[in-house]
Design a protein around this ligand. Structure first.
Ligand code: ADP
Length: 429
């Protein structure tokens, strides 16, 4: 399919050839006239090419030189192409400026490291947090931040977990670095000042620990008086008897709540003991299952399957707390007649302990939030089952401190399974 320009160019050549033939016919030199006319046409074409070339050489600014036929068409196409490129370049520039403005305004520091882990680019926040200067460009990052934990973080290149260190030259200021690989073996580092966050966390943990501790004394006094009142309750009017029963029930809940708060704050605030030991799972789980049977009053079918030699490296009290919470939950949150299976075993992936039930199950939308403090499934029997809402938070923290993690699977109406997984390093056979 011929384009408009090519068609008019061909028409022009045809008309020119016809005129040259007629002129040649009249002057008697057909060939010479054709050659002369053809040469003139070529010269004119060369002139048009030259003008177009000069326009391109000058950067293709403004409009291209006026031309008709195929060269006019080529000029138009080039002009449109140039306009498109200019537009792209402008968009690109605008985007770069926008990204720059955003990174300049960020409170988080961003640093780009090349394959050799030298500093390629950073934003003003990174300069502020790390005291970087222009001349640091191209310097290895581990020469600028020499803290061993940070050096190991960069050298190993394993960035799944962020690293926290004290800021170089600013004692007392805590920085958190997270990193991602991108492009051709480049690394993007994000650095944040987490001093205030950690301070607030410490204040919160201490506050919870103190308040739960402080609540113990008034609670003991209340419980003592209530015991005495209950002993002589039959002589009291019925309204009093009911009040005493309710007060006893609420103090029992208060006791559970303070005990759970104390456990949780101890898990959060005390460092992991330097010495851990292989904790045999069979006797630990057997004791928990016995208590769970007592709690259930024979209304649930609770079974235990655990190889006798199985053990997990950790702190026995904390592991007990994690498994017990799971087994008691299976009893407390499920109706009578349900089966609760406590199983343990090991694979290449490590040792696992699972508490599975065929009870009410939990809707999928609750699962991600289940280990949050005081999170309860709506319309659940939780409040009537006497839970504090802290059980699964305790499980999560106990497991984390002992090299384990929790996997929850549940189908409403079919039951739930809570699986504790311990990586091989933490497992001791
Ligand atoms: P609680 O003290 O209420 O048991 P948890 O943190 O232990 O608090 O559990 C959070 C919620 O998860 C519970 O309120 C309950 O609704 C739900 N849940 C926990 N375990 C089970 C289970 N085995 N079956 C059904 N629901 C469960």
């Amino acid at each position: 399919m011929l384009t408009q320009g090519l068609r008019s160019e061909l028409q022009r050549i045809a008309v020119l050839a016809l005129l040259l033939l007629i002129a040649g016919f009249f002057n008697g030199y057909i060939l010479a006239t054709l050659i002369t006319g053809g040469s003139l046409y070529m010269l004119w074409t060369l002139h048009r090419i030259h003008r177009l070339n000069r326009w391109l050489e000058q950067g293709g600014r403004d409009y291209p030189p006026p031309a008709s036929g195929v060269w006019g068409e080529i000029s138009d196409q080039l002009y449109r192409l140039r306009q498109r490129i200019t537009r792209y370049r402008q968009d690109h520039l605008n985007l770069v400026t926008r990204i720059r403005r955003i990174t300049d305004a960020l409170d988080e520091g961003i640093l780009i490291l090349d394959g050799e882990r030298t500093l390629e680019w950073w934003n003003p926040a990174a300069a502020r947090l790390l005291g970087l200067q222009r001349r640091d460009e191209g310097a290895p990052i581990i020469n600028l931040v020499r803290t061993p934990a940070f050096v190991a973080f960069i050298r190993t290149g394993r960035f799944a977990e962020p690293v926290e260190i004290e800021a170089p030259n600013q004692p007392g200021r805590l920085l958190q670095f997270s990193a991602t690989h991108f492009g051709a073996n480049e690394v993007a580092l994000v650095v944040q000042d987490i001093t205030r966050l950690r301070q607030l966390e410490r204040v919160r943990t201490e506050f919870v620990a103190n308040i739960s501790h402080e609540l113990r004394t008034p609670r003991t006094v209340l419980t003592g008086y209530l015991e005495t009142l209950r002993d002589g309750a039959e002589n009291q009017p019925p309204a009093w008897q009911q009040a005493i029963t309710q007060m006893s029930e609420q103090t029992r809940r208060l006791t559970l709540l303070t005990e759970d708060l104390v456990t949780l704050s101890r898990l959060e605030s005390t460092p992991l003991p330097a010495y851990t030991e292989p904790v045999p799972l069979q006797p630990l789980l057997a004791a928990i299952v016995d208590s769970a049977r007592a709690l259930s009053g024979g209304h649930h079918h609770i079974t235990l399957e655990c190889p006798p030699e199985l053990a997990v490296e950790g702190v026995a009290r904390e592991l007990h707390s994690a498994f017990a919470n799971l087994v008691y939950n299976a009893v407390r949150h499920n109706p009578q007649g349900c089966a609760v299976q406590v199983r343990a075993g090991s694979t290449d992936g490590g040792t696992w302990v699972e508490v599975a039930d065929d009870g009410i199950g939990i809707d999928a939308r609750h699962l991600p939030r289940l280990t949050e403090r005081f999170y309860r499934v709506e319309n659940s029997r939780a409040s009537s089952s006497g839970g504090t809402g802290l059980g699964l938070a305790i499980v999560k923290h106990s497991l984390l401190r002992n090299g384990g993690r929790l996997e929850i699977r549940s189908t409403p109406g079919k039951g739930s399974s809570f699986r504790c997984l311990f990586e091989p390093a933490a497992a001791a056979h």
